[in-house]
Design a protein around this ligand. Structure first.
Ligand SMILES: Nc1ncnc2c1ncn2[C@@H]1O[C@H](COP(=O)(O)OP(=O)(O)O)[C@@H](O)[C@H]1O
Ligand SMILES: N[C@@H](CCC(=O)OP(=O)(O)O)C(=O)O
Length: 369
């Protein structure tokens, strides 16, 4: 059950950013991690399960390379490979219960079978009293395969773990109406009920060279998590007081209230975890069917196919004027759909209708549609 208060949380995903774990951008700081580790221990004492999403592998491995200020991608990957062991080892030394390492890419999260496998591993690890420590598998990622930042990763993990709360620990008290590192008069927002354009306009990028994404990616993460019914916080992990306040049920930073009617698991995964590999353009009556979510989409409504995708990949369904209608799972590859589309002509009905290019159960209508 996802409820809005500390007392009722059974499962928490805690995200610790590079700005916190490696404030100097070089090596892990066990000193900074101590209050967070104490918090994790306290959560577990109170019967709450915790999954840790920790950044810091690149920063931890930096000192091993004679690298310039802006290391190449290849060096960064090697830093992550070397630093990952140090980062997980630093956490592990702070606990007297077992930890595990889970390294993920977006390629894993967007594949239905691998996603299920991630869910099973998290569940089984938590049942066995293990603290899973998750990070992106930076060594093997490419632009197409990566999540790209651990804020979004932590929200995807929180959804996969069916968590009640996501707490993103950073070097800042929460979301301000403008970047407080640039504006002295910035004001902290303690509760955000809706992540609208006004809220998004407040968020800037990261200032430190270690952080990735800044507030922008934290808001994206909050959007994903709250849609799953997960109460989300951005808090200052440098302040020990943050954690005692959380344990008292107080809000020490910015709290994002979860949706009252969370999305179903599979629709949430389609909307917030998968990424469209291509596009299907449909006619007006096809658009109506897609928005109704009550019919399979037949090839009669297919206008055009864009991009390269395989069966089971996620596609974006759009109208001819470019309106984004829905994300959906493709029942045919782009190659086959293009062939079908080429064979169909308004004057020649000899080519048979293909009944379900996408199925009603695999359509997630987008908010803006
Ligand atoms: N509106 C804002 N409110 C708070 N911080 C902001 C805002 N806009 C940009 N930031 C920047 O986001 C940074 C936190 O993001 P980041 O450096 O990526 O941290 P982490 O490594 O913890 O993910 C803050 O230090 C701040 O410089
Ligand atoms: N996977 C990278 C962290 C990427 C990242 O998102 O960092 P941050 O925004 O500081 O949480 C690492 O371990 O160094």
């Amino acid at each position: 059950m996802n409820t809005n208060s500390w007392k009722n949380w059974k499962r928490i995903v805690l995200k610790v950013g590079s700005a916190l774990i490696a404030p100097s951008g070089n090596g892990c700081s066990a000193h900074q991690l101590f209050p967070i580790a104490q918090f994790i221990i306290e959560c577990r004492k109170q019967g709450k399960e915790v999954v840790l999403v920790s950044s810091g592998s690149v920063a931890a491995g930096r000192h091993l390379f004679d690298s310039p200020e802006r290391p190449s991608l290849a060096i960064k990957k090697a830093m992550a490979a070397a630093g990952q062991a140090e980062m997980v080892g630093t956490w592990d030394r702070l606990f007297d219960f077992p930890t595990s390492q889970i390294l993920l890419t977006h390629g894993d999260l967007r594949d239905q079978e691998r996603y299920q496998s991630i869910r099973d591993t998290l569940e089984t690890s938590l049942e066995a009293g293990i603290l899973p420590i998750v990070n992106e598998n930076d060594t093997v990622t490419t632009d197409l395969l990566k999540v790209g930042d651990n804020d979004n990763l932590s929200a995807m993990v929180a959804a996969a773990a069916d968590a009640d709360a996501l707490i993103m620990c950073s070097d800042i008290n929460g979301l301000y109406n403008k970047n407080p590192k640039l504006h002295e008069d910035a004001e902290l927002l303690s509760v955000v009920d809706e992540i609208n354009d006004g809220i998004k306009a407040m968020a800037g990028g990261a200032i430190s060279s270690t952080g990735t994404g800044g507030m922008l990616t934290k808001l994206q993460a909050a959007e994903k998590a709250t849609a799953h019914g997960i109460t989300t916080y951005i808090v200052n992990g440098f302040e020990a007081e943050t954690f005692s306040r959380l344990v008292r049920g107080d809000n020490p930073g910015t709290m994002f209230t979860p949706y009252k009617n969370p999305m179903q698991d599979d629709l949430h995964w389609l909307t917030h975890t998968t990424r469209a590999q291509g596009e299907i353009i449909v006619d007006q009556s096809g658009a109506g069917q897609v928005l109704d979510e009550e019919q399979n989409l037949s090839s009669d409504h297919l206008v055009e196919v864009k991009g390269n995708f395989n069966i089971g990949d996620t596609v974006l369904v759009k109208t001819k004027d470019g309106t984004r209608l829905a994300k959906a799972v493709a029942n045919y590859s782009s190659c086959l759909m293009s062939f079908i589309s080429d064979q169909q002509s308004p004057n020649d009905h000899s080519f048979p209708t293909i009944e379900s290019l996408i199925e009603e159960d695999n359509i997630a209508v987008l908010k803006e549609a």
